[in-house]
Design a protein around this ligand. Sequence first.
Ligand SMILES: Cc1cc2nc3c(=O)[nH]c(=O)nc-3n(C[C@H](O)[C@H](O)[C@H](O)COP(=O)(O)OP(=O)(O)OC[C@H]3O[C@@H](n4cnc5c(N)ncnc54)[C@H](O)[C@@H]3O)c2cc1C
Length: 497
Amino acid sequence: MSFDNPSFLSFPRLRFERPTVAIVGGGASGVLTAVQLLRRRSPVRVVLVEERPRLGRGVAYGTTCDSHLLNVPAAGMGAFPDEPGHFLHWARGRRPEAHGGSFLPRRLYGEYLEWCLEEEIAAARRRTPFTAIQGRVTALASGPGGAALRLAGGETLWASQVVLAMGHSAGAAEAWSASAPRGPIRDAWQPDAIAGLPPGRPVVLIGTGLTAVDVMLSLEEAGFDGPIHAVSRRGLFPQPHLPVASPAAAPVSVPPPSALPGRGATPERARELVAAIRAEIRLAVALGGDWRTVVDGLRPRTQALWAALPEAERARLHRHALRYWEVHRHRMAPEVAGRIERLRRSGRLQVTAGHVLSVTATSGGAAVTVRPRGARAAGTASHPTELTLEGGAVIRCTGPREHLDSVGDPLLDGLFAGGDARPGGLGLGLAVDEDGRLLDRAGEPSDTLWALGPLRRGALLETTAIPEIREQAAALARILPEAAVAVEVGYALEEAL
Ligand SMILES: Cc1cc2nc3c(=O)[nH]c(=O)nc-3n(C[C@H](O)[C@H](O)[C@H](O)COP(=O)(O)OP(=O)(O)OC[C@H]3O[C@@H](n4cnc5c(N)ncnc54)[C@H](O)[C@@H]3O)c2cc1C
């Protein structure tokens, strides 16, 4: 779909118009929020601002590689909380062989999100006017009843309510990245991450999560046949989903909830929570079940379990157990897992568990120095204190940045500096109340600024997948029109930018 000209919305044209809800970010979170506002025929104007050339793509669904599959079966990926099968129905129109258990390409899901938006725009017509603007919001000033947004091109937009849907921030926060030479280090989320690799040289991936898996698949698609070194602290890959062989066997609904929450009080210590989950898994396996049922069954309860832990216990869980939880919770499609396993068995993929100490440029590319996990101070020939992985290129696959106050994004920096926002619990994401209103420096909920999706990570922990985002988008669309009143936004706001 096409974008509109930002000057169309610039001051003072919108000043006395109907309330405007501006959404910053047109990935899955921003598009689903717009879709919900349109679907409800909300009496507002919706303005969606996205930097990328296409809506509904963002980090996850902007891929053009057909090997990058959804990590949730098609039956669970519908855009609407009350129609989880909506995506499957749409996808069958394009891929008749798709069934509820299919892991379809993420590229297809990006198309679906854009299609949902177009459908709702057409259905809502003038009842909920919609405008899409391509641009980057670099500053925001909010005051009673409204906000002014500054675009990178210099234009100013006015809105009664602003939804922040900026999602994932790229880039590494690790110590090695500060001193690393920029040249040989590539970012997995950049479109040219694997372009022009030196032939015959190994590639070193920093990270072994879903982002690294994506890169391995892309390398294969591109015909890369050299060695791949992957290094991460624990060397853990995401676990595989169980294959769903036939449509009849497809898990079309969420697995039954775990018995865990029903047993006694909600754990208030990280250790107790981990022990309870382990006990539940042992029980499930003893009864002939699978650990995945327990992990998936916990999903509706994860946010409440996280919220029930005191801050220090959340920090403990985050530090020691989160990575283990994530590799079990965010799994690979079975066929993707099969491809990674084949790479490992062939010897082309070598995995190192360890701490990256430095990345240095070499004549042939780069060298990554690693302290292997469990290395002792003295070291031995079989267990050295340090080892070096040489490659023609190093690709950073460390996933999203968790601490938004160090990302270097001018919009976020301005919000923090001005006291309109503060980091969420454990410094993750943005601090929000239970409806998604930003909490300011003093902890007061905003009248104007909202956030959803990965930005709510500090409050909710599990808030990045579509089943969570679609709930948040639907809830926001219920609240926002009531909160958005048409007011005259003062000139003072523009001066504050
Ligand atoms: C690789 C990957 C695979 C995933 N696979 C699945 C899956 O299979 N199933 C599932 O349920 N979930 C999956 N997820 C999780 C989830 O669906 C995504 O995290 C989702 O993309 C989050 O959407 P978002 O819009 O919040 O963030 P993003 O996708 O990061 O989109 C944010 C958008 O905001 C724009 N933006 C940012 N700042 C500005 C600004 N200042 N001005 C204008 N625009 C801005 C960006 O350009 C971007 O398009 C996956 C996530 C990743 C990273």
